[in-house]
Ligand binder design. Structure first.
Ligand SMILES: C[S@@+](CC[C@H](N)C(=O)[O-])C[C@H]1O[C@@H](n2cnc3c(N)ncnc32)[C@H](O)[C@@H]1O
Ligand SMILES: Nc1nc2[nH]cc(C(=O)O)c2c(=O)[nH]1
Ligand code: SF4
Ligand SMILES: [Mg+2]
Length: 217
């Protein structure tokens, strides 16, 4: 299957439980909750996106004809180091394109595989680390994973509502629960509110977007 990739870059995972870990980010083009065009933002299901995922014109991006070709590009982006190889598939929405063939190709090259997903699509098997970030108004179906990372605040999907939705899954639907302050015009207020919420509700931990703080991609 061909893959449309916006950009491919080496960095540190900036968010969540794996923050600070070296990774290659593979950002797939396209999303099912927003076209990516500013003209459509106000009418989209997901309206606060901080990312350009349109097209294949970013650093290291392009159209890759098959899994082996994309896996080779990701490996080249990582470099020679054999240990702790880590790739994060994101987007846009990675589950629109990530398949078992690409997962096998990455495992074959010694990579641990993570995804950042909005949780509206079933994942292929074999992913090592699943981060689900549900969106208010979207059809959230993926209710298990390694971490749940809720952008905060979202009218219509506050942490209490998330806990209520997850109750039937019982116990350990996710290993980690994070609130990530919404970036945008109210960022400072959102950081303060998220910190205050975590202080009062200790199941939830604060996820800052540390890559933005230190000026790396
Ligand atoms: C750009 S999304 C791509 C992956 C997938 N579509 C998703 O939404 O999880 C990557 C991460 O950034 C988060 N994010 C997007 N816009 C944000 C914003 N304005 N402030 C904070 N986090 C944001 C998402 O919730 C998600 O956890
Ligand atoms: N450094 C860094 N960490 C990230 N964690 C999740 C990101 C994403 O956009 O999916 C992201 C990103 O864009 N950069
Ligand atoms: S679901 Fe993810 S990629 Fe899609 S618009 Fe929302 S934050 Fe951006
Ligand atoms: Mg990002």
């Amino acid at each position: 299957m061909p893959y449309a990739v916006k950009e491919l870059f080496p960095t540190l995972q900036g968010e969540g439980a794996q923050a600070g870990r070296a990774a290659v980010f593979c950002r797939f083009a396209g999303c099912n909750l927003w076209s990516g065009r500013e003209a459509d933002r106000a009418e989209a299901t997901c309206r606060f996106c901080d990312t350009d995922f349109v097209g294949t014109d970013g650093e290291g991006g392009g159209k890759f004809p098959d899994a082996e070709t994309l896996a080779a590009a990701i490996e080249a982006c990582w470099g020679e180091e054999r240990a702790y190889r880590y790739v994060v598939f994101t987007g846009g929405e990675p589950l629109l394109q990530l398949d078992e063939e690409l997962i096998e190709a990455m495992h074959g090259r010694g990579f641990e595989i993570a995804i950042e997903t909005n949780g509206t699509t079933r994942p292929p098997s074999g992913i090592d680390w699943i981060c689900v970030s549900p969106k208010a108004g979207a059809n959230w179906s993926l209710r298990r994973g390694d971490e749940l990372k809720l952008v905060f605040p979202q009218a219509g999907l506050m942490p209490e509502a998330v806990e209520e939705i997850l109750k039937p899954a019982s116990g350990n639907a996710f290993r980690h629960y994070f609130l990530q302050p919404m970036d945008g015009p109210d960022q400072q207020r959102n950081i303060a509110a998220a910190a205050d919420y975590c202080r009062r509700h200790p199941r939830w931990r604060l996820s800052l977007q540390t890559h933005k703080l230190i000026g790396i991609p």
